[in-house]
Design a protein around this ligand. Structure first.
Ligand code: BTN
Length: 261
């Protein structure tokens, strides 16, 4: 189920849509279940790389680990990019870090200091401002992004952990400007998941909020491990010292800093 965008939404994104660099094209939705599903459907029907689905409302927006994603209509920026990488498939997971950096860079235009909570949450002053969900299809990737742009009220369950650009900047950024900024950065960073990935890693390292602190991580098998985070390694992995060993975490269900750890 999807609804057409309102006139207001069309107007809001008109300038951005008209000025987008290649290969991006905007697909506006008033409402849909999830922009990731919409972008996946476009991918499966053969749409070209660079389709960007933006929704005002998601009725089943989702985050990592199957969590629901809260997006305030008209205030959050929720979109998904259909991307057909030139690089071999084993490198596609690196797009998560590339997108995390693109979103952090875009947020930095409005709030100078942002952090990356590996693998790809964007934090400001210890609170989450954006989340990213990267999903692969057969011959494409969908990179879904939710950014709290002008949200001032969050549901009880996340109110103490979430923030928005408006809350941090003290003014209301335009969602279309934030989107244009992410796309500009993403087109640069996405081309560096093969050659040039060291530049992505170096920039991500500078923003890594976990580096140097104690962390608890839940592995893919459900095991809980506590260790000391050594930051991000050359392949984009999180390095965690656990006893005598240094673990190289490529995928974890959940990694959290230990408060005062
Ligand atoms: C996370 O932090 O767990 C990832 C959140 C990703 C949310 C975005 S909103 C746009 C896109 N559509 C979805 O259903 N999810 C992503």
């Amino acid at each position: 189920m999807q609804d057409a965008p309102s006139t207001t939404m069309r107007e809001e994104f008109a300038d951005t849509a008209a000025g987008l660099p290649e290969p991006f094209r905007l697909w506006l939705r008033g409402s849909c279940a999830s922009t990731n599903d919409e972008a996946r459907a476009l991918g499966e029907s053969g749409a070209a790389t660079g389709a960007v689905v933006v929704a005002d409302v998601q009725t089943a927006g989702r985050g990592r680990r199957g969590a629901a994603w809260f997006g305030a209509p008209g205030e959050s920026l929720m979109f998904s990019i259909l991307w057909r990488p030139d690089e071999p498939k084993p490198l596609w997971p690196r797009l998560a870090l590339a997108m995390g950096l693109a979103v952090a860079n875009a947020c930095e235009r409005f709030v100078p200091i942002t952090g990356l909570k590996w693998p790809n949450d964007v934090w400001i002053r210890g609170r989450k401002v954006a989340g990213i969900l990267v999903e692969a299809g057969e011959d494409f990737v969908v990179a879904g992004v939710g950014i709290n742009v002008n949200t001032h009220r969050f549901p009880d369950g996340i109110a103490t952990q979430a923030t928005s650009l408006a809350c941090e900047a003290g003014f209301q950024p335009e969602r279309a400007a934030v989107l244009a900024s992410v796309l500009e950065r993403f087109s640069n960073h996405a081309g560096r998941i093969g050659r040039g990935f060291d530049e992505i890693v170096a920039a991500a390292r500078q923003r890594c909020v976990l580096a140097g602190g104690a962390v608890v991580l839940r592995t893919q098998t459900g095991e809980l491990l506590r260790g000391q985070c050594d930051g991000i390694g050359p392949a984009g992995e999180l390095r965690v010292r656990h006893g005598e060993r240094v673990l190289e975490i490529l995928q974890a269900d959940d990694v959290r800093p230990v408060p005062n750890g």
